[in-house]
Design a protein around this ligand. Structure first.
Ligand code: PIF
Length: 390
């Protein structure tokens, strides 16, 4: 049962699996990469077969799967324990990537949007593609307990056997109950065996979570994502240290970003977060979690409420989800041509694109302009004009 925004209860049955399993990939990635050596790979149109039926805007929403950790933080009076929950949340965002080295998300087109309204989980989320070259996506998620926003941009580095994805942009979190603000940035991700063998994903580097209130610095947490040693005995390990404003160590954390995070030192440690079990047949279905399976679902009741720019209406992604690779590729190319035409028209008129639901903040980050949910309610997106993206 879900509680709707108007307070009514309704029963929503969400799908338990995608409509179609993943086809065997028959793309020669090497021939694509070889002919684009030295090029920025985000400027190369990739075959749709490399994609999973989810896009970057939805991937940002996937990072919120373990939002209950933020609800716990909002319920915790001790500021250092609050930081423990926030750190666990920041680590949990990586869990879904473990089973996902096989594919890349769809690259949203400029102006594409995505919403995820989950009254059952107590949050509502929006995201928008703000720039095409370089690809920049922003999102904003709110609940009674927290507000979370971030904008992301990647740099790709292709090393031959592996590809590094270096993210830029900052995640922001506010817990209004305490007047807290937290911010952190993402660590580097690396896809190994990109050309042959079993692809696998690794995250490494340091994540520094800063906690401030109007009265100054409160605490800090350094989370280290360890690089795998040869043999892989320490694969996916993370370590964290929470310090107070004077730099004294208050808490220690350890665990694995794909499994669980513990507070304390073994053997007397407390589990703070554990990843949800995966659906049994997930390997055939793109390695998606139950939460990911639900993200691109288009229920009948939702159709008239969404703007036409919502990812759920994007035909190439829908066709891939349904297992029609040929149809998906045709539509992907058609959508790319449309986007090039819109770009040319803007250039010819000396105009630049302006995001619809996000604006620049003083610190140059992108924040919600607060209009999405009001427009959705009144006058309703069906009464507004949108560019034809597909
Ligand atoms: C197309 O995007 P693709 C290109 O941007 C192309 O330049 C553009 O034409 P234009 C098209 O309109 C686009 O559709 C290319 C690139 C996209 C990202 C960033 O979807 C996120 O064809 C990457 O893809 C995160 O992909 C990856 O960039 C996380 O989406 C795992 O660079 C890449 C990925 C490299 C392949 C990795 C393979 C892993 C299995 O004429 O407008 O320029």
């Amino acid at each position: 049962k879900e509680i709707l925004e108007n307070g009514n209860e309704c029963t929503v049955t969400r799908r338990q699996r995608l409509p179609s399993a993943r086809m065997n990939e028959s793309v020669n990635l090497w021939s694509i990469l070889r002919s684009n050596i030295g090029k920025d790979l985000s400027k190369v149109a990739m075959p749709v077969q490399l994609n999973e039926p989810i896009n970057t805007l939805q991937r940002l929403c996937e990072e919120i799967e373990y939002h209950h950790l933020l609800d716990s933080a909002a319920d915790t009076h001790n500021p250092h324990m609050r930081m423990v929950y926030v750190a666990a949340f920041a680590v949990s965002a990586y869990a879904c990537s473990f089973s996902r080295a096989g594919g890349k998300p769809f690259n949203p087109v400029l102006g594409e949007t995505y919403e995820c309204l989950r009254p059952d989980k107590g949050f509502r989320f929006i995201s928008e593609q703000l720039s095409h070259h370089p690809p920049v996506s922003a999102c904003h998620c709110e609940s009674k307990n927290f507000t979370l926003w971030q904008d992301v941009r990647w740099k790709n580095k292709f090393w031959g056997k592996s590809m590094e994805i270096v993210p830029m942009g900052v995640s922001h979190l506010e817990l209004p109950g305490f007047g807290d603000h937290y911010e952190w940035s993402k660590v580097t991700s690396c896809i190994h065996n990109i050309l042959s063998g079993q692809r696998w994903i690794e995250h490494y580097g340091e994540m520094s979570i800063k906690h401030t209130t109007t009265t100054g610095d409160v605490s800090h947490c350094k989370v280290t994502f360890l690089k795998s040693r040869s043999g892989g005995s320490n694969a996916n390990e993370v370590e964290g240290v929470v310090t107070d404003s004077e730099g004294r160590v208050i808490h220690c954390l350890f665990g694995k970003w794909n499994e669980a995070l513990y507070l304390g030192k073994p053997p007397s440690a407390t589990c703070i977060w554990r990843a949800n079990p995966m659906p049994d047949d997930n390997e055939q279905y793109y390695g998606f979690t139950q939460f990911a399976i639900e993200l691109n679902e288009l229920e009948e009741g939702l159709k008239p409420l969404l703007p036409s720019t919502d990812t759920r209406f994007r035909p190439d992604q829908r066709l891939l989800e349904e297992g029609d690779i040929t149809g998906a590729e045709e539509h992907k190319e058609r959508i790319e041509v449309l986007q090039r035409e819109r770009r040319r028209a803007l250039q010819e008129n000396n105009m630049t694109h302006s995001p619809r639901y996000f604006k620049r903040a003083e610190d140059d980050s992108w924040v919600s302009n607060g209009t999405y949910w009001d427009l959705r309610k009144d006058p309703g997106f069906s009464k507004l004009e949108f560019p034809v993206l597909w």
